[in-house]
Design a protein around this ligand. Structure first.
Ligand SMILES: Nc1ncnc2c1ncn2[C@@H]1O[C@H](COP(=O)(O)OP(=O)(O)OP(=O)(O)O)[C@@H](O)[C@H]1O
Ligand SMILES: [Mg+2]
Length: 226
């Protein structure tokens, strides 16, 4: 599902954020990416959604080589690879329903379909009762659920979560992880970037550790080692 071949990323100021990264993630996997601050985790996420270009190497999503993806095709990629970030990135003047619906509106989806999809997504993320609330009326965990819901509207093959629990307390964090596990069980490949040692250790799933842009460990049922 995700294939990296000898990926290097050098930013314009000569900072290396990926060095000779090769990686294969199969459809349906749940993979945690761990590593200290500044080691290249977010850069990897950005390359997967074509927010950053590679300096060299190849990235494939499914059988699609996105290394030199055309600008006009990026929206197609973003429908296949949903992403959520630590800071939610919700639209403050839109309700929960509208935030999720907006991701469909911008793609020209018809209102009838939007009205069908959004309630389904709200159900998956457990926010049916909060559909008419604004982001500021929600807890951190609930905001992250909206962001996850928004990332799911196009039924992506892959969901990438970059520190989704970074702003949450232990209980809310675990609920978000449980939601990611549920989404994974429904068939979506999940990539979780996290600093949270307890979460990674409890998951008992594949763990990839990154240090200074290099994959230093890749374990099938790994523990947090950095
Ligand atoms: N736009 C940019 N221009 C130049 N250097 C950058 C840019 N973005 C990131 N970097 C550098 O690339 C390296 C990797 O950054 P990245 O954000 O991928 O790290 P990270 O592993 O996600 O860190 P954190 O855990 O703090 O989120 C860092 O040295 C960072 O300073
Ligand atoms: Mg980061």
């Amino acid at each position: 599902m995700i294939h990296l071949k000898k990926v290097n990323k050098r930013y314009s100021d000569n900072t290396y954020a990926a060095r000779n990264m090769s990686l294969h993630i199969t459809s349906g996997e749940f993979v945690s990416i761990v590593g200290q601050s500044g080691t290249g985790k977010t850069t990897l996420v950005k390359m997967l959604i074509a927010e950053e270009r590679l300096s060299s190497g190849i990235i494939e999503i499914g059988n699609w080589d996105i290394t030199n993806i055309k600008h006009s095709e990026i929206p197609v990629l973003r429908r296949q690879v949903g992403v959520v970030f630590q800071d939610y990135k919700l639209l403050p003047k839109k309700t929960v329903y509208e935030n999720i619906a907006f991701a469909l509106e911008v793609c020209g989806v018809k209102q009838g379909n939007i009205d069908m999809i959004v309630p389904q997504v709200l159900k998956v993320v457990g926010l049916e009762e909060k559909h008419d609330k604004f982001p500021q009326q929600l807890s951190g965990g609930q905001k992250q659920r909206v962001a996850i819901g928004r990332a799911l509207v196009h039924r992506p093959k892959v969901l990438v979560a970059d520190e989704p629990t970074g702003n949450l307390d232990t209980i809310n964090a675990q609920e978000i992880i449980d939601l990611l596990l549920k989404i994974n069980a429904l068939g979506t490949t999940v990539l979780l970037v996290t600093h949270n040692k307890d979460i990674v250790n409890r998951l008992r799933k594949r763990v990839i550790a990154v240090d200074d842009g290099v994959i230093v460990s890749d374990q099938k049922t790994g523990k947090y080692i950095i």
